[in-house]
Each structure stands twice: as structure tokens, then as C-alpha cells.
Design a protein around this ligand. Structure first.
Ligand code: GTP
Ligand code: K
Ligand code: MG
Length: 366
């Protein structure tokens, strides 16, 4: 029996199994098995099978955004609208067959937008060019799931399922569970909050399925079985995701309003050019980018556009110094920072200090 059949079988069994106290260990075991098989599916199977031609696009710019959606929802049309790159658009499916990168310039940031082939149900299991597309999605900083506003709501969850089943977690935080495998000592399980989904026996059942017999596990929040399996599997990526409902020129205003109120959603029309400004604002927000200004001693910072450094929120003085010049970190003595990340203006800080949006920084060398 192939892996796909095994996965199908376990999925069927999970859906057949009623969720209650008596079945929770059995379900835990099934879910752990399922996660293992899916991990196997993602492992390379021969060199050529994995790396799809035309999908190896260099990362560039301040952030990377991947466009995921069913065929003909308007992904390429969006790339053409937001960037100076051309990608062919047509009213037949699978017009785009490779990964086409473009650059969005916004707020001084250069954001790489990747147009990709449409994916279909079963993409995660290798249908169409699904696996290559999803592999690219894993490398993105933000996923744009594009949907045809006129199509049924279920399309949204079908795409979520494809991404979920290969370990991509959308708009979720990494579960706060400490997990460390050890050489000896057995399993040591503790929790710092009351647990409503998990207990010691369930944790051990799942770990045994993974043949893990020595490890420290600390639950720092009330996590579920699925979240625990994600932590053990270790290869999950947690990505922000925006749902872009395109072609709103084709639906009623009431329907537009309903879709606009879905979580993490933006409604647009690429052809007509409706609401694309707002989409860009949301891109910026979901990418969690910040602007930092650097200045030289005795000079004023230059706040005009093009003079900011676009960085990820949460980055340190070291990250900024590295961006200014690769050799700067080794010559670094301290930095002076003005802005919301410090108590005094300016304040002397070290490499590990975390900067905030619109901070001004002056680096003092040794
Ligand atoms: N009515 C309407 N049609 C649109 C809109 N945006 C794109 N389209 C049309 O939708 C069709 C498909 O657009 P594409 O950009 O090729 O779609 P795609 O998602 O890149 O398609 P594949 O590459 O085949 O997966 C084209 O005929 C577009 O003109 C829109 O806002 N409204
Ligand atoms: K198309
Ligand atoms: Mg296309």
C-alpha cells in the first residue's frame, strides 16, 4: 500500500471515530501516524521529482509574498497590476506554469511578489504542480490566498486544507510548548497552566508513536493534540495569510460586504482596479515591516522616501547594522537610538536591543 493510500485510510478512520473520552488515545495515535506519513510525503523522492523547473526563484527585496489560488482566479492579473513584471493572463486554466517574480514598491519597501500556477484539490499530494507551488509558499513571508468572489465559500477551506496538510500553519502562533529530546532520563512532562485538551497519558501515547522515549516536555499554554504533534514534527512553518477575494465587479454589493467581513480578508477587483490600495496597506501590516532611519554623527536623519531601511518588526540593532554594511557589526562599539524603543532620547544600546518602527539610529564604531 502506498503512502497516499495509508493517509486516506487514516483520514477515513479519524472521520469515522467519534470524539469522546474513550477514543481520545486512539485518535491521538491516528493523528500522530497521519503527521508521520505526511512528513514522508514531503521528503525528496529522487532529485528531479522535487525541484520543479522554473520554481527556483532567488529571494530578493525586503520580503516575499506568494500568490496561491485555484486556476484563473486572477493571480497573474494582480502581478501585472502591482508590479512592472508581465505575466500572461487568459480566461483558460493553467495559463501560468512556472513561478514568476515581480517587485512591489511600497513605503520604501521592495516586496517580492511571486505569481504561481493555479493549484487544484490534491495539490499537496502531488497533483498538478501542486507540490512545487506549495514548496514555494513555505519560503514566503506572507501567503496571499486568492479566491474568486463569485465561487463557493468552500474554496477557501479547500486551499487551507492543502496548505495545512503539508505543515503550513496560517495566521497561527507557534504553540508555546518546550520540547527537547534527551539521550536518557525517560519522559518528563509538566505543565504551567491547567490543560483542558491534553494529559500525561496522551502526551506519552503520542511520543511513543514517534519512538521518543527520552524528552523534556513543558506545556506553557493550554495546547491541543494537533498543536503538540506540530511541535514534535518540528518542520511546521507559521505564516501570516491574507485572503484576497477578486472579481468583486461580478457580485452584488451585499455579497461584497459579506466577504469583506470574513477574517483576514480583502475584497478587490484586479481588472477594474478596485481596492488595490487597501490591499497594499494590508500587505504591509501583515508582513509586519518597520522603517528605521540611520544617521551619521552631527547630521540630521534623512526622513524622505528612499532613505529608510525597511526591516522586520522585532529585529535587533545587530540586524540593522548588518543591513547598513556587512562589516559594521565587527566594528560596532555601541549605538545611539532615538524613538519609541528607548526610554531616553538618545539612549546608548548594544547589538541585542530591539528597535521599533521609525526609530533613528547612529552607530558608533570602535
Ligand atoms: N471580471 C473580472 N475578471 C477578472 C478580474 N481579474 C482577472 N480577471 C480575469 O480572470 C481571468 C484569469 O486571470 P489570470 O490572471 O490569468 O488568472 P490566474 O489566476 O493567473 O490563472 P492561472 O495562471 O491559469 O492559474 C482572465 O480572463 C482575467 O481577465 C476581475 O477583477 N474581474
Ligand atoms: K488563467
Ligand atoms: Mg496565472
Amino acid at each position: 500500500m502506498g503512502i497516499l493510500d495509508k493517509i486516506k485510510e487514516i483520514e477515513n478512520e479519524i472521520s469515522r471515530t467519534q470524539k469522546n473520552k474513550a477514543t481520545e488515545y486512539h485518535l491521538g495515535l491516528l493523528k500522530a501516524k497521519l503527521a508521520k506519513y505526511r512528513a514522508q510525503l514531503l521528503e525528496p523522492q529522487g532529485k528531479s521529482a522535487q525541484k520543479g523547473e522554473g520554481f527556483d526563484v532567488m529571494k530578493s527585496g525586503d520580503a516575499r509574498v506568494a500568490l496561491i489560488g485555484f486556476p484563473s482566479v486572477g493571480k497573474s492579473t494582480l502581478l501585472n497590476k502591482l508590479t512592472s513584471t508581465f505575466s500572461e493572463c487568459a480566461n483558460y486554466e493553467f495559463t501560468t506554469l512556472t513561478c514568476i517574480p515581480g517587485v512591489i514598491e511600497y513605503n520604501g519597501a521592495r516586496i517580492q511578489l511571486l505569481d504561481l500556477p493555479g493549484i487544484i484539490e490534491g495539490a499537496s499530494q502531488g497533483k498538478g504542480r501542486g507540490r512545487q507551488v506549495i514548496a514555494v509558499a513555505r519560503t514566503a513571508d506572507l501567503v496571499l490566498i486568492m479566491l474568486d468572489a463569485a465561487k463557493p465559500d468552500v474554496h477557501r477551506s479547500l486551499l487551507e486544507y492543502e496548505l495545512e496538510s503539508v505543515g503550513i500553519r496560517l495566521n497561527k502562533r507557534k504553540p508555546n510548548i518546550y520540547f527537547k529530546q534527551q539521550k536518557t532520563g525517560g519522559l518528563k512532562f509538566t505543565h504551567q497552566v491547567p490543560l483542558t485538551h491534553m494529559n500525561e497519558k496522551l502526551v506519552y501515547t503520542i511520543l511513543h508513536e514517534y519512538k521518543i522515549f527520552n524528552a523534556d516536555i513543558i506545556f506553557r499554554e493550554d495546547c491541543t493534540m494537533d498543536e503538540f504533534i506540530d511541535v514534535i514534527s518540528g518542520n511546521r512553518v507559521y505564516l501570516p495569510c491574507l485572503y484576497v477575494y477578486n472579481k468583486i465587479d461580478q457580485i452584488s454589493i451585499e455579497e461584497v460586504d459579506r466577504l469583506a467581513h470574513q477574517p483576514h480578508s480583502v475584497v478587490v477587483s484586479c481588472n477594474v482596479g478596485l481596492n488595490l490600495d487597501y490591499l497594499l496597506e494590508m500587505l504591509w501590516e501583515y508582513l509586519d515591516l518597520i522603517c528605521i532611519y540611520t544617521k551619521k554623527r552631527g547630521e540630521r536623519p534623512n526622513f524622505s522616501q528612499g532613505h529608510e531601511l525597511v526591516m522586520r518588526n522585532g529585529c535587533s540593532v545587530e540586524d540593522v547594522a548588518h543591513r547598513v554594511h556587512r562589516s559594521l557589526v565587527s566594528q560596532f562599539k555601541y549605538a545611539l537610538v532615538w524613538g519609541s524603543s528607548v526610554k531616553f532620547n538618545p539612549q546608548r544600546v548594544g547589538l541585542t536591543h530591539r528597535v521599533q518602527h521609525q526609530d533613528v539610529m547612529q552607530i558608533v564604531k570602535k
